[in-house]
Design a protein around this ligand. Structure first.
Ligand SMILES: O=C(O)CCC(=O)C(=O)O
Ligand SMILES: [Fe+2]
Length: 226
């Protein structure tokens, strides 16, 4: 399931993150790649452990926690500390699938990547190209969103970033280990949750809300790992 989530960041949060990133040191993006991805990856990334990256990453995590659509779509158990990348001068990221397991920086724990996320930090008219293209069984989906908007998609998907031929594309990207590992189960839970929310808005007194909410939680009880 691919979900686009608008307005994850306010204009103020966005400006603060962009200012932090402008002041930070950027390095070759291959510092965090697996071997296959490294062959495909041509971009820059914020230096790992940089104080600006840490501060900007914490702002992204706060925004995620406040976003009910992200919680409903990803059902996050653990979120990898957000990373930041930049493509310019024809840079791109060829076809790849994200590594399944990643060590969590600064700890001896690991995360299974179930859900991948790109949070766009530039407006689409600031650069040409740079579409994130995600394959699924229904074909290829090209995603290029306004600054502050985000896309989440299954980490099992083949995906790529088209060459940026003008300007620069800056984004935050990260992975979540979901409480529900299977994308099909997560999709059903997302549909059910969104329908309950919509019913709640149109018929707040409906007794069916209680029954459907019970079904939702009982499915989570069956399918989740925490
Ligand atoms: O830049 C993006 O939108 C995606 C980056 C990506 O696919 C990755 O780093 O694995
Ligand atoms: Fe990727």
């Amino acid at each position: 399931m691919l979900v686009k989530i608008p307005d994850v960041l306010s204009a103020g949060q966005l400006a603060k993150i962009r200012a932090l990133l402008d002041a930070a040191e950027w390095v070759d993006g291959n510092v965090t790649s697996g071997a296959q991805a490294a062959r495909a990856k041509r971009n820059d990334q914020l230096a790992p452990g940089s104080p600006e990256g840490k501060q900007a990453g914490e702002m992204v995590l706060d925004a995620l926690q406040a976003n009910p659509t992200f919680i409903s779509a990803a059902l996050p158990h653990r979120v990898y500390p957000p990373l930041f990348n930049r493509y310019s001068g024809g840079q791109n990221f060829g076809n790849h699938v994200d590594n399944a397991i990643r060590p969590l920086p600064g700890s001896d724990q690991r995360i299974r990547t179930d859900v991948s996320t790109t949070l766009f930090l530039c407006e689409p008219d600031e650069y040409d190209g740079g579409e994130l293209i995600i394959d699924d069984t229904y074909g290829a989906h090209s995603v290029k969103l306004p600054a502050g908007h985000m896309v989440v998609y299954p980490s099992s998907s083949l995906h790529r970033v088209a060459p940026v031929t003008r300007g620069a594309r800056i984004a935050s990207f990260f992975w979540s280990q979901s409480m529900v590992r299977d994308d099909g189960e997560r999709t059903l839970l997302f549909e059910l949750d969104q329908s309950i929310q919509s019913l709640y808005r149109s018929q707040p007194e409906s007794p069916e809300i209680v029954r459907l909410t019970g079904v939702y939680h009982n499915l989570i009880r069956r399918w989740s790992q925490v």
